[in-house]
Design a protein around this ligand. Structure first.
Ligand SMILES: NC(=O)C1=CN([C@@H]2O[C@H](COP(=O)(O)OP(=O)(O)OC[C@H]3O[C@@H](n4cnc5c(N)ncnc54)[C@H](OP(=O)(O)O)[C@@H]3O)[C@@H](O)[C@H]2O)C=CC1
Ligand SMILES: O=C1O[C@H](COP(=O)(O)O)[C@@H](O)[C@H](O)[C@H]1O
Length: 625
């Protein structure tokens, strides 16, 4: 990409790069990012006097230190204008050079160690939790935005996490809408509050219309953001800018380039320099799934986004990671002595992670047919849950420590065996006019993952998802082995199962064998039951999106998918997906409103799953006590 007018106007300058000099002596990757460089070799920045300035942070991407010196629009950069101690910008007509008065020996570019005592870039960002906040919803006219994104923002507003005085929300899309037009579209989705409260929230929203690939719209968007910032702080740019891409993935690359070129907080950029302590803030981008269709396309998308943003600026959302009981998994596993010695191949026979929906693709057939249930649910939502069930204990709760462990367990998954896969398609799916008549796309799949490590060797993890089934639920079912030495002769009644129901009606329960109350010495299946609705009656469980947007504002990436995690996830499923796409595995038809193909239940039995018979759950009630 070539340097844009906006870059010139906003005056982004980098002082280095890592690849070949570009045509003007700048480096190619800097040009690709839309920055203007100060020289092919790090000439202009060699002599920064004070390497311990807190204004530099290292790139997560590599070994380079590439400071960006922003020159906001309207600021006159006179030759020798001092911008920060030891650093100044020298205007050289077409070029601005970053200069300093110090010696080259102390250059921070002479080696990584120069920066070892500097705060991590993330710490710098987390510290800037106050100041005005601009939330930009791209794709504001769409389904996800009105059903999930705006309602989540509204709930945060209701709970005081977004304050009228310091937040503004910008909707951006192609549709020709007025501010009020967008507000009226959203209003009906904002539930559980007075009209007055809803109106207060809606007043925070402004709409900007523009295309997803031209500078004009994004320039208007940036002007609107800057105007708001100026009205709050008398200075454009001193804010936190959050971009939510509620868009089809096909436009991610162009929209990301536009954001990068036109809309970033000009005082804090990717690999950044903060000009003064008062001008802090950040720019972060939330990206929705699907992140690609297979390993290659996902990697291509990751590289495109990686050219534009640092990993710490990218929040790849998987809304299952925002669900209450998914967030509880690590606490359950690692804060309870009870589970520590049991959670392994010696005690656990099999694990099921199940997603069921009692409705079909409902108007989304065109999209769905391109992806199928494995890409839609299993490769992301269920695999994330799988990671939290199967991973080892992280060193700490730092996001990187947790994500390191997730990557490790993904990398330990053996290649999927096709006799451990069942795929199905519900009858009637192809009635959707947007679905081809010969579609083999699965709307149901059950896939066994095997983890080749000391803890899990031999334990099948059955990941099962389906649409148009008999019920709606998502749960994790950990089935334990039989108790050895069956002196009660109760083995046939069923095994211990620990069930974590993610939805609906969040609950966790342990199915176990007890003495049947009464005079006889007989046994039966019962449960230790923690039903959230009963135990936490006054607690409103937050929506996944609400929680994850708040995490992004706080700069906590724990519940977001890291690039290498995504890659490892695609590595597991890509060969299978390619073979399904090529018709090598056929979807078995099943009737809507059933359990899916019976072959899936047969496979679960083959994997060792023993169904409990005659177990009846009596929902607890306090009425008798
Ligand atoms: N706190 C609470 O809310 C509690 C609720 N309960 C309720 O009690 C009921 C029974 O509980 P539970 O035994 O755990 O769950 P279910 O009876 O729903 O399912 C038990 C297991 O059997 C499988 N299964 C069901 N039907 C068949 C079939 N025809 N062939 C093969 N496999 C089958 C299910 O698979 P699949 O997942 O594919 O359906 C699941 O793995 C449920 O409704 C449960 O929600 C129980 C305890 C506490
Ligand atoms: O990501 C998706 O998730 C929904 C199910 O989400 P849930 O929170 O209601 O369980 C699913 O319907 C959709 O197909 C998929 O794209």
């Amino acid at each position: 990409m070539i340097e844009t007018d906006r870059d010139r106007a906003q005056g982004w300058w980098t002082a280095g790069g890592s690849t070949k000099p570009g045509p003007d002596g700048g480096r190619r990757d800097d040009l690709a990012r839309g920055y203007k460089t100060s020289g092919g070799r790090r000439k202009g920045v060699r002599s920064i006097a004070n390497p311990s300035l807190p204004h530099f942070a290292k790139s997560n991407r590599g070994t380079d230190y590439v400071p960006l010196i922003p020159v906001p629009k309207g600021r006159v950069v006179a030759a020798g204008n001092l911008v920060t101690p030891g650093l100044y910008l020298k205007d050289e007509g077409n070029h601005t050079r970053i200069m300093s008065g110090g010696s080259s020996e102390s250059s921070p570019f002479s080696g990584q160690s120069s920066f070892s005592s500097l705060p991590d870039i993330k710490d710098l960002e987390i510290s800037s939790e106050s100041g005005c906040l601009s939330i930009v919803v791209l794709g504001a006219s769409g389904d996800l935005a009105k059903k999930k994104t705006f309602p989540a923002l509204f709930h945060l507003f209701q709970q005081g996490f977004l304050q009228s005085g310091e937040v503004h929300i910008f909707g951006y899309a192609r549709s020709n809408l007025s501010d009020d037009g967008l507000r009226e579209r959203i209003r009906g989705y904002l539930k559980g509050a007075s009209d007055e409260h809803v109106s207060q929230f809606l007043q925070l929203i402004k709409y900007v219309s523009g295309s997803y690939d031209s500078g004009e719209g994004f320039e208007s968007l940036n002007n609107a953001i800057s105007e708001y910032e100026t009205s709050k702080t008398n200075e454009s740019g001193s804010s936190r800018r959050l971009f939510y891409l509620a868009l089809p993935p096909s436009v991610y690359p162009s929209v990301s380039k536009m954001i990068r070129s036109y809309c970033m907080n000009p005082f804090v950029a990717s690999i950044h320099v903060v000009l003064s302590a008062s001008r802090t803030g950040w720019s972060r981008v939330i990206v929705e799934k699907p992140f690609g269709k297979d390993l290659d396309s996902a990697e291509e998308l990751s590289s495109q986004l990686g050219e534009l943003f640092d990993e710490h600026q990218l929040y790849r959302i998987d809304h299952y990671l925002g669900k209450e009981l998914v967030q509880n998994l690590l606490v359950l596993r690692f804060a309870n002595r009870l589970f520590l010695p049991l959670w392994n191949r010696d005690n656990i026979d099999n694990v099921q992670i199940v997603f069921r929906e009692d409705f079909g693709t409902e108007g989304r057939g065109g999209y769905f047919d391109q992806y199928g249930i494995i890409r839609d649910i299993i490769q992301n939502h269920l695999l994330q849950v799988f990671c939290l069930v199967a991973m080892e204990k992280p060193v700490s709760l730092k996001p990187e420590h947790i994500r390191d462990e997730k990557v490790k367990v993904l990398q330990s998954v053996s290649p999927i065996k096709y006799d451990e896969v069942v795929i199905g398609q519900y009858e009637g799916y192809k009635d959707d006019p947007t679905v081809p008549d010969d579609s083999n796309t699965p709307t149901f799949a059950s896939v066994v993952l095997r983890v080749h490590n000391e803890r899990w060797e031999g334990v099948p993890f059955i990941l099962k998802a389906g649409k148009a089934l008999s019920s709606r639920k998502a749960e994790i079912r950990v089935q334990f082995k039989d108790a050895p030495g069956d002196i009660f002769r109760c083995k046939k009644q069923g095994r211990n199962e620990f069930v974590i129901r993610l939805q609906p009606s969040e609950a966790m329960y342990m199915k176990l064998t007890v003495k049947k109350p009464g005079l006889e010495m007989a046994t039966e299946q019962s449960e230790l039951d923690l039903s959230y609705g009963l135990r936490y009656q006054d607690v409103k469980i937050p929506e996944a999106y609400e929680r994850l947007i708040l995490d992004t504002i706080r700069g906590d990436q724990q519940h977001f998918v890291r690039r290498d995690e995504l890659k490892a996830a695609w590595e597991i499923f890509t060969p299978l997906l390619h073979d399904i796409d090529a018709g090598k595995l056929k979807s078995i038809p099943y009737k809507p409103g059933t359990r899916g193909p019976s072959e899936a239940d047969e496979m679960s039995t083959r994997m060792g799953y023993v169904q409990t018979h005659g177990y009846i759950w009596i929902p607890p009630t306090l009425s008798k006590f």
